[in-house]
Design a protein around this ligand. Sequence first.
Ligand code: ATP
Length: 200
Amino acid sequence: MRLSGRQIDCIRGGRGVFSGLDFEAASGEVLAVVGPNGSGKTSLLRLIAGLLVPAGGSVELEGGDAELTLPEQSHYLGHRDALKPALSVLENLSFWRDFLGGETGDVNPCLAAVGLGHATYLPAAYLSAGQRRRLSIARLLAVRRPVWLLDEPTSALDTAGQEIFVGVMREHLASGGIIVAATHAPLGIEARELRMGGGK
Ligand SMILES: Nc1ncnc2c1ncn2[C@@H]1O[C@H](COP(=O)(O)OP(=O)(O)OP(=O)(O)O)[C@@H](O)[C@H]1O
């Protein structure tokens, strides 16, 4: 499988953010998108996820499921953890599994894998920032998709959380997955860098 972008132009609010951007990531690879604030890292992830339309150029996934679009084969984890505060940890993850069209099944092992096995019935409102991030990461496990688009995935994670996350990423890469991660901090895993310029 190969994810590639060719000559992508991005305009936001009438202002050019980047232009003529090329990138590539193959199965088993991590592409770390780095660069100053405002250089377009989040915008690039959102373009790949189909949440923004490029002003020019194209993004393609070769070797994926021909019947599914790229967004349908991608997980997008944004800055903010998309959780419903009144629902429990388990209910939040079950919601996402159903929303993303995952197979109905027990999501408890996914919670255990991110160290939230003890917090299953806790309302998400009570979670710490790091626990919320862990719950978002559990989404990646509850529904299998080959392309992971991650915005600052390690923010708020403690050392143990980062180690868990590295394990989760390694497993995904070993099964042929692709990761594109916007980050200011090292991911703790070998990655190719895509350096964005500009910004202020
Ligand atoms: N909804 C929007 N409307 C107009 N401009 C926007 C919008 N969202 C982002 N921008 C602009 O697009 C540019 C790129 O923003 P983006 O969030 O992609 O940068 P980034 O590299 O991820 O930054 P950071 O490191 O701060 O997270 C910025 O100048 C930002 O102000």
